[in-house]
Design a protein around this ligand. Structure first.
Ligand code: APR
Ligand code: ZN
Length: 259
């Protein structure tokens, strides 16, 4: 396809390359995109309603259980050929994803705009909680984990579970992700915007481009004269700022445009 060759040439010739990824990047690894119907016990919940500070305040066990279920799911899957291709690039990698599949494929210094499933912290004093050291909370209902297993052990089943308590102040530990209504980590966002502003080429992969301020990133590059390439099987609002819209999936397209 002509546009694949054009994209490959632009990427190979880029001097300040940025890659910006969303949930679609991990879809072919088996991680449901945020807006996909949630499965099992979580099917009855609206993901957007669980990913808020108010939801955690109201029911810490439900929210902690959901994120632990997602973390356990991510630990069971592998990076896909799209992650492997991105890891071959000398680029600034900015992701909205909270999984660690880019890192497991070999990418370094990944800028996580929305945090990570692997960096829980105290909901009150902010002290990082060690995933493996903290004894897992007791299962509150449903078939949650046995209580004698450390948090890091993959557990079967899913359901609400009491979050561990901060060893510093005793408050509940929360997932290290950015919830709706919360500010993004300022220094990470600043680095991301700076990289996007300086980029001569930015590849946006697997994002619907509807959640701000993250969705600004590709637009900053385009506004300042950089070339934006999009990889997504569907059209998105970002189409308008992209020089190339490659209608395909991350695992199919990226290995064809990244040498
Ligand atoms: N390859 C590439 N793109 C894909 C694939 C794939 N295999 N499968 C799906 N997509 C695309 C979809 O067409 C959609 O445009 O990925 C996008 C996924 O959109 P969302 O689920 O909205 O994910 P994202 O854009 O990353 O959401 C941004 O919003 O949900 C919150 O905090 C959450 O980080 C997330 C943010
Ligand atoms: Zn604390």
């Amino acid at each position: 396809m002509e546009s694949l060759r054009h994209a490959a040439d632009l990427i190979a010739g880029a001097e300040r390359l940025v890659v910006f990824t969303g949930a679609g990047m991990s879809a072919e690894s088996g991680v449901p995109t945020f807006r996909d119907a949630l499965t099992g016990l979580w099917a009855r919940y609206d993901a957007q309603a669980l990913a808020t500070p108010e939801a955690f305040e109201r029911d810490p066990a439900l929210v902690w259980g959901w994120y632990e279920w997602r973390r356990e799911l991510v630990e069971r899957v592998d990076p896909n050929p799209g992650h492997d291709a991105v890891a071959r690039l000398d680029c600034t990698l900015i992701t909205q994803n909270v999984d660690q599949l880019h890192e497991r494929a070999g990418s370094k210094n990944v800028l996580h705009l929305h945090g990570s499933l692997f960096e829980p912290r105290c909901s009150a004093c902010g002290k990082p909680a060690d995933l493996l050291a903290e004894p897992v909370g007791t299962a509150v209902s449903g078939d949650g984990p046995r209580t004698d297993e450390p948090v890091g052990t993959a557990v079967s089943g899913d359901g609400p579970r009491t979050p561990p308590s901060c060893e510093n102040c005793g408050s509940p530990v929360r997932p290290g992700v950015v919830w709706f209504g919360e500010a993004l980590p300022a220094d990470t966002l600043e680095k991301a915007v700076e990289a996007a502003a300086n980029a001569d080429v930015l590849i946006t992969v697997g994002t619907a481009g509807v959640v701000y301020p993250a969705a600004e990133i590709p637009q900053v590059t385009a506004k300042l004269g950089g070339t934006v390439i999009q990889v997504n099987p569907q059209p998105t609002p970002l189409d308008a700022v992209c020089a190339l819209n490659l209608r395909g999936t991350a695992a199919e397209v990226l290995p064809q445009i990244i040498s």
